[in-house]
Design a protein around this ligand. Structure first.
Ligand code: AMP
Length: 212
C-alpha cells in the first residue's frame, strides 16, 4: 500500500507514519528527515536547503522532487511506502503522478492551529535517529534519551515559536490545497488528531482499514 500522511507541521503525522510503517512493514519516507540528515552531513543539497528550513519556508519543489524520485526507486519501496511530509505543494503531487506513482490513500491528520503551537513547543526529537517525542504526550522512558537508539533528545531549531507561525502560514497557503486535490480523486481520509497518540493511532488504523 502506498500512503501519504498530510497535516500541519506538528499534527503528529510523523509519529503516525512511524507506527503504521512498523505495522504494515513498509518504509516511511520523510523528506524532512532526509533534508536534516543532508544538513548534518554538510552535503550540497543540505546547504541549499538550510536557509529555507531556518526561515520556516518550503525547500524548492525541484529539490524535494529529486529527493523523492531517488528514494522511491530504492528496493525497500517496492512493496509500498509511507510518505511523511511529501507532497507539500500541488506541483509536488503532480510530479508524483508523472513518476507513475499510484497512491492508495491520503490520511489527513487534522489538528487546530492553537493546539499545533502547543504541540510543537513541547516536541523533542532524537539528534541521532530523528524519532519524535513530546514532553507531555509522548515521553521517553528516560528523560532526554531516545527509546529507539539511546540518542540525545533536542528541540528542533524550526520549532521556535516565530518559525512555527511561519510554517503554519506556509501550510495553509501551499499544502492545505492538497486536501481538495486528493478528495477529488477520492483518496482522502480525515483523522481528527487526539491528545493521546494511541487514540489517534486507533482512528488512523480504522481509516486505513475501512477504505482499503
Ligand atoms: P518536516 O520535518 O516535515 O516538518 O520538514 C522540515 C522542513 O523541511 C520544512 O519546514 C521544509 O523547510 C522542509 N521540507 C520538508 N519536506 C518538504 C517538502 N515536501 N517540500 C518542501 N520543503 C520540505
Amino acid at each position: 500500500m502506498n500512503i501519504i500522511f498530510l497535516g500541519a507541521p506538528g499534527a503528529g503525522k510523523g509519529t503516525q507514519a512511524e507506527i503504521v510503517s512498523e505495522k504494515f512493514a513498509i518504509p516511511t519516507v520523510s523528506t524532512g528527515n532526509i533534508i536534516r540528515a543532508a544538513l548534518k552531513n554538510g552535503t550540497e543539497m543540505g546547504l541549499k536547503a538550510k536557509s529555507y528550513i531556518d526561515a520556516g519556508l518550503l525547500v524548492p519543489d525541484d529539490v524535494v522532487i529529486g529527493i523523492i524520485r531517488e528514494r522511491l526507486a530504492e528496493d525497500d519501496c517496492k512493496n509500498g511506502f509511507i510518505l511523511d511530509g511529501f507532497p507539500r505543494t500541488i506541483p509536488q503531487a503532480e510530479a508524483l503522478e508523472e513518476m507513475g506513482v499510484v497512491i492508495d490513500k491520503v490520511v489527513d491528520i487534522d489538528v487546530a492551529d492553537e493546539a499545533i503551537v502547543a504541540r510543537l513547543s513541547g516536541r523533542r526529537v532524537c539528534k541521532s535517529c530523528g524519532s519524535s517525542y513530546h514532553i507531555d504526550y509522548k515521553k521517553p522512558a528516560v528523560d532526554g534519551v531516545c527509546d529507539v537508539c539511546g540518542g540525545e533528545l533536542i528541540q528542533r531549531a524550526d520549532d521556535a515559536p516565530e518559525t512555527v507561525l511561519n510554517r503554519l502560514h506556509v501550510y495553509h497557503e501551499q499544502t492545505e490545497p492538497l486536501k481538495s486535490y486528493y478528495a477529488s480523486k477520492e483518496k482522502l481520509v480525515t483523522v481528527k488528531g487526539q491528545e493521546k497518540v494511541a487514540d489517534t493511532t486507533a482512528l488512523t488504523l480504522r481509516a486505513l482499514e475501512e477504505q482499503a
